[in-house]
Design a protein around this ligand. Sequence first.
Ligand code: GN1
Ligand code: MG
Length: 346
Amino acid sequence: MKAFGLSEDSLRIETFGSGLINYTWILNGCYPETSGGNKTYILQRVNHSVFKKPRNIASNIRLIAESLKKHHPDYFFVAPVLTLKGEDMVYRKGEGYFRLFPFVLGSHSKDVVETAEQAFEAAVQFGRFTRLLSDVDMSQVKVTIPHFHDIELRYQQFLKALKTGNTERIQQSDARIKTLLEHADIVKTYKTLKSNPEFKLRITHHDTKISNVLFDAQDKGLCVIDLDTVMPGYFISDVGDMMRTYLSPVSEEETDFTKIHVRKDFYKAIVDGYFSEMKDVLTQTEKQYFFYAGAFMIYMQALRFLTDYLNDDVYYGAKYPEHNLNRAHNQIVLLDCLFENKADVI
Ligand code: GN1
Ligand code: MG
């Protein structure tokens, strides 16, 4: 903490949030030696085995911050706290990269989307973020996780796990494996879209779960946070991850699968919110792929969870032996629910 000019006396530190990849803490009662105020901060350790080049994250955040400041100075952007030496991260041998953010007083984040209005607000925020950054020179934006939402690669990794994974787990997952293989057309569609010039690479967030939106006291969206996976991508990643995480009243952790269903008014709220910002940015072709976006992200997450289960939970970890199998099953049920509602939502 000294690197950031914070004294460690009277420091209260607690783990914070529910992310699976990075470690996050909330720090209370730190006294910045430089400014003397009593503040709350968020400290994060970047997962180095997932983000191979953490400096790329810092570089993107700098680029985004500069562009917003210049072209959209009214946008509320939570910039990282710099170290006394002016760096955006601290590297500690054996421990990894740490960065610090101010905790925005008066703001809050949510773990579950309770109302369609909240879904709308979040979709506005993610749409606005991409829209405001449409002028940024894409060649300057770093790829923080190569092939992150490349569903073709995720599918290949799944096929590989079927050959080289834990044989007992492969047998046990038979029914779910079959279902995922049957949906391979979702991968084919992606392949076609990727080569369509009407499908554009834009600056997208790639992790649009509700906990990555800051709300004010009136429950209006303030801004988006957790910018590690911000990189060039397709809009289906952001819209799709909102569908994946907002449509059902229960999360990917739910094991009572009968509780999973699609809230149609939430679907409409996501589309309307995103559209309100992006209608003049998206091409006519892209506008036809909102429903596909949901299927794409839910299916990809099911592939990722099941692949990890077959590979003995090396990526996501597991709190109990069948954790990733259950998460995969949960996503498969959600995918079925989405398809069941197709005629009603589009
Ligand atoms: C990971 O760590 P967290 O929860 O923000 C993952 C996302 C998945 C999500 C599933 C870098 O995000 O892609 O959708 O878990 N992030 C990475 O819960 O793999
Ligand atoms: Mg994240």
